[in-house]
Design a protein around this ligand. Structure first.
Ligand code: ZN
Length: 199
């Protein structure tokens, strides 16, 4: 299965700017999704009924930096999307392996909503987007990459951020490394109002 020429890193990496043709602009780097296989199948739960092999079940067991976790709530958490539509694209996931929004408990619905709201506030503070796309893709037919584990997208938008690159180059120009973005969002995240276990 492993390609001997395949030396892709296991975490998102960035090519040096000099490796790309073009005139430098406001973007310092061109981030390319090295692991498109994730979308094509790799990393998807083998058994959609269980959390075995599910990245959203596994991520909370990692340290925040390694898992790209921005914040942990009681029943849900916030993580950087490995395949962002835009810089600062985060996902809000329940810890529990559930696929459908109607399966969430009242507690989970409330905390997913609360974390989504806080993610918007923090993102506004850190990177001043002009707007957001929020939403959940329910089922593979609706575009969910990991359909078995519900996740709410929070995508910051800036005027003019949609250009020809995603279509022509199958790449997205992203000005920051995911780890850097995670650190900035995590640093700006408010302390939780109530004491409780951390994850
Ligand atoms: Zn899961």
């Amino acid at each position: 299965m492993a390609d001997p020429d395949d030396e892709r890193p296991t975490v998102p990496a960035v090519e040096p700017a000099a490796a790309f043709a073009g005139v430098p602009d406001g973007f310092e780097r061109l981030w390319t999704p090295h692991r498109m296989a994730y979308i094509g199948g790799e990393g998807k739960p083998r058994d959609p009924e269980s959390g075995a092999g599910c990245p959203f079940c596994h991520i909370p067991s990692l340290p925040d930096e390694e898992g790209l976790i921005v914040a942990r709530g009681r029943v849900a958490y916030v993580v950087m999307n490995l395949y962002p539509y835009n810089s600062g694209h985060v996902l809000v996931c329940p810890y529990r392996h559930v696929a459908d929004y109607t399966e969430l408990t009242d507690d989970e619905v409330a905390e997913v909503a609360e974390l989504t709201r806080t993610a918007m506030r923090v993102t506004r503070e850190v990177s001043a987007p002009h707007g957001f796309n929020l939403g959940m893709n329910q089922g593979e037919v609706a575009g969910a990459g990991i359909a078995a584990h519900l996740h709410q997208h929070v995508v910051p938008r800036w005027g003019g951020d949609s250009n020809f690159l995603p279509i022509v180059g199958r790449s997205r120009a992203l000005p920051e490394l995911l780890g850097d973005t995670r650190s900035r969002l995590a640093a700006a995240w408010p302390a939780r109002p109530q004491a409780g276990s951390k994850g």
